[in-house]
Design a protein around this ligand. Structure first.
Ligand SMILES: N[C@@H](CCC(=O)N[C@@H](CS)C(=O)NCC(=O)O)C(=O)O
Length: 208
């Protein structure tokens, strides 16, 4: 049985959602962020030394890092669903999106979050953060223009992995300027599996 170690209001929502899309049975073990620091509780370190979520266990196997978890679940439990056939160029695009979400797109959003805690000291950082936000959000928006999903007409696990970027952007009011990105995430959030993941995992502040 797959166990998803799920931190409230976090990237692990998308792992619950992926399991719902795949129809893969899973258990949810819930962890609550500290109300003041918003950090994960120390119990998560008993699962993996980084103490981050998402992290899953599948028998003796522990898998951390959401892109790797998405790939693991799709490969091991997906039966060929939600990813393009490996020999196709579309598969290369798929892998690129899986890596890009956390490898590049998340960085300016995280920098923006941390800079927001610096008060006036953030001023010298903001032009670069703002321009990188526009760079990445603009890139994703452009890639979505004229298509329903990141890979075209077919929904894939790349949409699940990339969804957090659009949701995190909205937390700073940055999404409205990117209409294709905004339309894409809204239809993803309407998917029954997305909603079922919230029922299993609990309220999710980014679900709008
Ligand atoms: N790149 C990692 C990020 C993991 C991560 O930082 N998760 C956050 C939740 S969104 C977390 O666990 N934060 C709590 C903490 O750092 O204490 C992934 O995609 O899995």
């Amino acid at each position: 049985m797959i166990v998803i170690h799920h931190l409230n209001d976090s990237r692990s929502h998308r792992i619950l959602w992926l399991c719902e899309e795949l129809g893969v049975p899973y258990e949810v073990k819930r962890y609550q962020r500290d109300a003041k620091t918003r950090l994960a509780p120390p119990e998560l370190k008993a699962i993996h030394p980084l103490g981050k979520s998402p992290v899953i266990t599948d028998g003796d196997r522990v898998v951390h890092e959401s892109g790797a978890i998405v790939d693991y679940l799709v490969r091991r439990h997906g039966g060929g669903r939600l990813q393009p056939a490996m020999a196709t160029p579309l598969y290369d695009d798929y892998v690129q999106w899986l890596h890009y979400a956390e490898g590049s797109a998340a960085l300016p959003l995280l920098l923006n979050l941390y800079a927001s805690r610096l008060g006036e000291a953030k001023a010298p950082l903001m032009p670069r953060i703002e321009s990188e936000l526009a760079n990445h959000l603009g890139y994703i928006d452009g890639a979505l223009r004229g298509r329903r999903f990141l890979l075209g007409d077919e929904f894939s696990a790349a949409d699940v992995q990339m969804s957090f970027i659009a949701e995190f952007a909205e937390a700073f009011g940055k999404r409205a300027a990117y209409s294709a990105l905004d339309a894409w995430i809204k239809q993803l959030q309407d998917r029954p599996a997305y909603r079922r993941a919230i029922e299993r995992g609990g309220e999710y502040i980014y679900a709008h």
